[in-house]
Design a protein around this ligand. Structure first.
Ligand SMILES: [Zn+2]
Length: 187
């Protein structure tokens, strides 16, 4: 899925028809359209929707004639490092196998390796599916790699304590000197 995808993933489709026809769908979707997920991240890593989240879905049937959809997705997002509170780029990826169901009873009867994908039998919202999968793989406690984190000094304990983070003042410009420079430029 590294190639650039040209089309947006359709929002709603007829999943049973797709499964019977063994259809394959590939497309991108804008992360800002996924409200619950968008609220959980700082933003997309790219402003181009084609580079934010790429999805590939394969519809079909398993050996027990259950309609299934297997898929892969990749999303490049910005998260807040929970040690230094600075933004960090994170690539989220997921592969999944879902079985189409139209009732809770069908969902309960699935084997353990199949997750239910609830539909009304005629329409399924693929963007909701993608959003649910993204929320599942979102790390609850994102951290920079060692050496890349601005709070590296407190790394040794591995218990991040925001109060213990001492800003590296030597590297920072004094805001007043920046202001003074700005004023100088204007005259
Ligand atoms: Zn960090």
């Amino acid at each position: 899925m590294s190639k650039a995808l040209k089309s947006e993933l359709p929002k709603t489709i007829d999943p049973y028809r797709f499964a019977d026809q063994e259809s394959v769908l590939e497309g991108f979707l804008p992360l800002s359209a996924l409200e619950r997920f968008a609220d959980s991240i700082l933003g997309a890593a790219s402003s181009d929707p084609r580079e934010q989240c790429q999805v590939s879905l394969v519809f079909g049937k398993d050996e027990e004639r259950r309609r299934i959809v297997s898929g892969e997705l990749v999303a490049d997002v910005m998260l807040e490092c929970q040690r230094c509170m600075k933004p960090m780029p994170v690539r989220l990826s997921s592969s999944f196998m879902l079985a189409l169901v139209t009732s809770d009873e069908q969902a309960r009867n699935l084997p353990k390796d199949l997750e239910p994908f609830q539909t009304d039998g005629f329409t399924a919202n693929l963007w909701d599916l993608v959003e649910d999968e993204l929320l599942l793989v979102l790390p609850p406690f994102p951290l920079h790699e060692r050496g890349e984190c601005e709070a590296t000094a407190v790394l040794e304990t591995f218990e991040p304590d925001p109060a213990a983070v001492v800003p590296d003042t030597e590297k920072r410009e004094n805001p007043f000197s920046v202001l003074a420079d700005l004023k100088k430029d204007r005259h």
